[in-house]
Design a protein around this ligand. Structure first.
Ligand code: FE2
Ligand code: FE2
Length: 204
């Protein structure tokens, strides 16, 4: 399903913008997170082609989606609070902070990004009601990248080739089931996103 993963300098040869954005993300990550990121880039590339999304924007969003994942929680909190000290995400589980902190960082640090890319970063973990095409591509790519091996991932991979909505419904349902099984807090927006997909996939 996925083409082989290649280093950005080879894959994007001569494209200084993409190579620069990849280097910006890589510099803030562990090797393990970078391998995951490269997997998400490949998956987002395939899904964007398949579903008519902007392939370049999907590639950029995938490179930067976890840019803040390896920051300390204090660094994430400070970044979010500097923008809005009362941002409700700070009351949500810290595992969700990296998406919002990363979106703020990308908005400031990467001049070429637009609102679609920033939102794809911001909502890649929880989703949201009314997700746009690029947001769905990145969120699903994050679930199905070749390095993911959880139970049910192959079903999400095959659905993703036909329907991003069905793949997202499966992915978000998987997340909620896992959180329940681990007795962890479930962010309300994740539930709302899943119900929104349910409404789209099974209207009426
Ligand atoms: Fe993430
Ligand atoms: Fe990720």
């Amino acid at each position: 399903m996925f083409p082989p993963i290649q280093d950005p300098e080879i894959w994007h040869r001569g494209d200084e913008q993409l190579i620069g954005i990849a280097a910006y993300a890589k510099a803030q990550m562990t090797d393990k997170r970078w391998r995951h990121t490269q997997g998400v880039v490949v998956a987002a590339h395939v899904l964007a082609h398949r579903h008519g999304a902007d392939v370049r924007k999907a590639t950029i969003a995938a490179y930067v989606h976890d840019v803040a994942k390896c920051w300390s929680l204090e660094q994430m909190r400070a970044r979010i609070a500097a923008h809005d000290a009362h941002d409700p995400i700070l009351d949500a589980p810290p595992s969700l902070w990296h998406a919002h902190a990363g979106a703020l960082a990308v908005h400031c640090d990467v001049p070429s990004v637009d609102e679609d890319i920033v939102n794809a970063v911001k909502y890649h973990t929880s989703g949201r009601v009314g997700m746009g095409l690029l947001e769905k591509v990145v969120c699903v790519a994050d679930y199905i990248e070749p390095g993911r091996h959880f139970e049910g991932v192959d079903q999400i991979r095959s659905e993703a080739l036909h329907s991003l909505d069905r793949a997202l419904l499966l992915g978000l349902s998987h997340t909620i089931r896992s959180l329940l099984a681990e007795h962890k807090h479930i962010y309300e927006q994740t539930v709302r996103s899943r119900n929104d997909m349910l409404r789209i996939v099974y209207p009426g």
